[in-house]
Design a protein around this ligand. Sequence first.
Ligand SMILES: [Cu+2]
Length: 203
Amino acid sequence: MKYIVTVFFILISVITNGYSLELKGSTKGFPVKLTDLSGLIDENGTPFDVNQFKGKVLLITYGYTTCPHVCPTILSFLKEVEEKLNGKGLNGKFKIIFITVDPIEDTPEKISEYKKFSQLDSFIFLTGSKDNLKKVWEALNVYVEDKGYKVMKHGSHEMKHRMIDHTAKLTVVDKKGYIREEFLGMYIPVNDVVEDVIKLINE
Ligand SMILES: [Cu+2]
């Protein structure tokens, strides 16, 4: 009887979403086709074409290069994810993408400098016009509120800090271009993400 019940529930879950993988992140509302990112440009100013990564698992996060705390934390976790996956010989099977929430400061030149400075050469950084970015944020449920600049004192001198409230999360896209799950918050559970990416690569 137990067996029949289990089979029944597996069947139901396969029928309802067509996917049977057990993932560690938040899967509610997914799978959903990834929105068109073709309005965005990379650090060279080249229009982005997501089709070049067809067949790879994509890890997408959102932030801005002058973010004081949240974004550097997420990016350092993602660097760890990358190192672990590469260590398992999965280099080339996945791609990490950072979409800016700051169309004003994050020009292609700025994101290019940031990538080099942070040694994140293998990551894709995307920017674009405010209108095009806004469409992407909305489609991906990324909340963005530009709070302008805040002057802060550092000892005797003052510094202007860019303040943008934004959603901190990681969106995981499968090889067919469907969002399958998200990890919410800035503390990315590295091992869980690595496990899920491996499952999706092998799917
Ligand atoms: Cu941030």
